[in-house]
Write a protein that binds this ligand. Sequence first.
Ligand code: FES
Ligand code: FES
Length: 160
Amino acid sequence: MKVAFELNGQPVTVEASPWKRLLDVLREDLRATGTKEGCGEGECGACTVMMDGEAVNSCLVAVGQCDGRTLVTVEGLATGDVLHAVQRELVACGGAQCGICTPGIAVCAAHVIDRGLVAGVDDATARVRVRELLAGNICRCTGYQLIVDAVIAAARSVQP
Ligand code: FES
Ligand code: FES
């Protein structure tokens, strides 16, 4: 089956079984290897991408569901050489930890920031909200504090 969608602003067409996991199509067919596999069962969030503006686990999405959709992976967060605010702050705060979890966290956090989901609330409320919104992104090294710091710093840098 031919499936056509937009990936990080570019139109792409792939020939694949409609049941092939989006995660595998991204990594194997499109060489977009920034998206990682952790659990492969929808539990860890490592494979998070945005589909039509919503964060989804690409290990649970069949590529046949992607026809005509707009997808953004971690490779699409930056604009040219300018990092997305959350990428910049993950680096600055020391929240960019392992290479498996960080891409999915960056995508999910970018969604939180771009949607203004922690805008206009005090820091304590923002901290609770970020933890809830990123609850689907599991970090086995348990270093959540710096990740939360980075997301709040990024959010404040674009929406005080
Ligand atoms: S690899 Fe998809 S949620 Fe873990
Ligand atoms: S960031 Fe991957 S295990 Fe903590």
